[in-house]
Design a protein around this ligand. Structure first.
Ligand code: MN
Length: 162
C-alpha cells in the first residue's frame, strides 16, 4: 500500500479561513472600511459607512450586526460604530494586507484595475503566499534598480506618483 502523505485534505474554505475563522469576504470588507474611516480610533456613523461601501443602509446594518456579534465592533442601533480592541487588531491587519497586495501589483507593473484585482486577491490568499509577497515587496523597495531591470516599464513612471 502506498503511504499517503500526512497532509490533510481540506475544503477551499478550510484552507483559506483556517487562520481566522468566521469572517466572510463581506465582513472583511466592512471591517477594513471601518478601520479606514476610524483609523482604528473614534467612531463612524452607519450611514457614512454604507455610503463609502456603496451599499444600502439595511445591508450595512446586517453586516455590522454580524461583526458586533463576532465581538469586533460595538454598534448602537441608528448610532455609531466603534471597533473593539480585537476589531482594531483585525482591521489593521486587513488594511495592511490590502496595501501589501496593492504594492505588489504595482511593482509587477499592473496599471489597470489595481483596486479590483487587490479586492479579489485579498480575500483568497494564504498566509504563506502573503508572507512571500511581503518579502518580495520589501526586497523590491530596497532594490529599485533591480526592479526596473526586471520591468523597464517601471522606469518610465515618476518615482513620486501614486
Ligand atoms: Mn480591501
Amino acid at each position: 500500500m502506498i503511504p499517503i502523505d500526512k497532509e490533510e485534505f481540506r475544503t477551499y474554505r478550510g484552507y483559506f479561513m483556517a487562520d481566522e475563522p468566521g469572517l466572510t469576504s463581506g465582513m472583511e470588507d466592512y471591517l477594513e472600511m471601518v478601520y479606514r474611516m476610524t483609523e482604528g480610533e473614534g467612531t463612524v456613523r452607519l450611514f457614512d459607512l454604507a455610503a463609502s461601501l456603496n451599499v444600502q443602509p439595511p445591508s450595512a446594518t446586517r453586516m455590522v450586526q454580524r461583526l458586533a456579534h463576532a465581538g469586533l465592533l460595538d454598534y448602537e442601533k441608528y448610532g455609531t460604530i466603534q471597533l473593539t480592541p480585537e476589531g482594531k487588531r483585525r482591521g489593521l491587519s486587513l488594511l495592511n494586507r490590502h496595501h501589501l497586495i496593492e504594492e505588489f501589483l504595482r511593482a509587477l507593473g499592473v496599471r489597470e484595475n489595481v483596486l479590483k484585482d487587490t479586492e479579489l486577491i485579498e480575500h483568497n490568499i494564504s498566509d504563506e503566499l502573503l508572507g512571500r509577497i511581503s518579502s518580495f515587496v520589501s526586497f523590491a523597495r530596497k532594490n529599485p534598480a533591480w526592479l526596473r531591470q526586471w520591468n523597464p516599464r517601471l522606469a518610465q513612471r515618476p518615482e513620486k506618483e501614486s
